[in-house]
Design a protein around this ligand. Structure first.
Ligand code: AMP
Ligand code: GLY
Length: 444
């Protein structure tokens, strides 16, 4: 099969790395890709916001199957366009991608289908938003409705901070049209968990659970980012929490989409807060998470090509899925100035010695090659991902890899996975109960 992966981040590098070893793969392409991806797939330049150009590229490559990494092309309707042309693609339709494309749609959908989430109000005018603010005790969360590349959520500690966020989004329009309408919601407390599934519209295949580290600085300080590191470990959720998430959040979501004539197919990410009163849904992402994809795919033992083909054919239930029982950890290296104004074009050194460590892999994100030098070209530069027999060793191996890498202004968190070591682990999900096959979709 000829496979085409769309995107250029660590998530796409992890997808390419896994597909590279697939028995199903004859030719592997990535567009636009990055310097690391170019080692494992043939990269083609393309502007992912130009749907027609991407369709033409898939046609010219005669790609049998295209896998979409980031959200923007999905929200713009790339899957509908591919299907109109009879081209194979993995991802949700434009209608289904509204789960990420509009936070207002997502929250109102959760309310319609009784999916547990934070209490919220929607405002389309600044004056109304200020009035509604009085009905929330601080801290309060202000969310821009549209896609904002990780900049659309502010957790305001008090009302003046919330009013400032509303003014930025709605009056000064710092996020353009994405911030013209907002969601205001109560701030939830608990452990955050990224719960990602693959669904062919008939069944649910939960992937191993991960925890992201969204804040820029150690101790969850500083602004939110796309994610500074993630780990996957079976002690993150107990068996009963896992079951409750499927029963109260995942199944009603898929049944609800079906009911609203927008059957969901593809990866679906549930951003959860595990509160004292049970799991609550913060958000949907209509794709694999990044960096979450990196530890998840490192733990996947099955052939990803098999999974994706079965998924396209609606046969996900026929595939047996196997995971490594070992935890995996990814530490993201970012450029100075990320997330606001990352510095770029810095020379990266030390990468040759990282993979010699064994069990450690660099997934590239913002990298490019010029004159035989590896250079930074984005905010998140690479993710150093390691798998080992226990979480402390996986953390140690990932940081051993990080220690070999250097570029001017390199920034990374030093506490990825540390909270997991500090908290009492949940009772480990037994290996024979790990998600390895598909459950049917049914409502509550
Ligand atoms: P979202 O894009 O909705 O996931 O928001 C980005 C991040 O903001 C989440 O990963 C959480 O860390 C935080 N967040 C969003 N909504 C809430 C909430 N209601 N309570 C607490 N934190 C939240
Ligand atoms: N790491 C969070 C995300 O992919 O949105």
């Amino acid at each position: 099969m000829k496979l085409l992966v769309l995107g250029s981040g660590g998530r796409e590098h992890a997808l390419v790395w896994k597909l590279h070893e697939s028995q199903k793969m004859d030719e592997l392409y990535c567009a636009p890709g990055n310097a690391g991806i170019a080692q494992e797939a043939e990269c083609r330049p393309v502007d992912l916001s130009d749907t027609k150009a991407v369709v033409e590229l898939a046609k010219s490559l005669r790609a049998d199957l295209t896998i979409v990494g980031p959200e923007a092309p999905l929200v713009a309707g790339i899957v509908d366009e591919f299907e109109r042309e009879g081209l194979g693609i993995i991802g949700p339709s434009k209608a289904a991608a509204r789960l990420e494309g509009s936070k207002i749609f997502a929250k109102e959908f959760m309310r319609r289908h009784n999916i547990p989430t934070a209490r919220f109000e929607v405002a389309d005018r600044y004056e109304d938003a200020i009035k509604a603010l009085a009905r929330f005790a601080p801290p309060v969360v202000i969310k821009a409705d549209g896609l904002a590349a990780g900049k659309g959520v502010r957790i305001a500690r008090n009302h003046p901070e919330a009013a400032q966020a509303l003014e930025d989004f709605m009056v000064r329009k710092t996020l353009g049209s994405a911030g013209e309408r907002v969601v205001m919601e109560e701030c939830l407390r608990g452990e955050e968990t990224s719960f990602i599934i693959l669904t062919d519209g008939r069944g649910i295949l939960p992937l191993v659970t991960t925890q992201d580290h969204k804040a820029l600085l150690d101790g969850d300080q500083g602004p939110n980012t796309g994610g500074m590191g993630a780990y996957s470990d079976d002690t993150l959720l107990s068996e009963s929490q896992h079951d409750e998430i499927i029963r109260c959040i995942v199944a009603p979501t898929l049944a609800g989409m079906e009911m609203e004539n927008a059957r969901y197919r593809g990866f679906l990410y549930f951003g959860l807060m595990m509160t004292v009163s049970g799991p609550m849904l913060l958000e949907y992402n209509v794709r694999l998470g990044d960096p979450e994809a990196q530890p998840i795919l490192m733990r996947l033992r099955s052939d990803l090509g098999d999974l994706l083909v079965a998924m396209r054919e609606g046969n996900l239930a026929t595939v047996d899925v196997h995971w490594s029982p070992n935890p995996a950890v990814c530490v993201v290296l970012a450029s100075k100035g990320y997330p606001a104004n990352p510095e770029i074009d810095k020379v990266i050194t030390g990468y040759e010695s990282v993979e010699a460590l064994g069990g450690v892999k660099i997934f590239h994100a913002g990298t490019r090659v010029q004159d035989h030098h590896l250079l930074t070209c984005g905010g998140r530069v690479m993710g150093v991902t390691a798998m080992a027999q226990d979480l402390p060793s996986a953390i140690q191996h990932a940081y051993a890899g990080v220690g070999k890498l250097q570029f001017e202004g390199m920034h990374y968190r030093k506490d990825i996975g540390a909270r997991a070591l500090a908290r009492t682990p949940n009772i480990v999900v037994r290996q024979d109960r790990l998600p390895r096959s598909v459950r049917p979709i049914s409502g509550k």
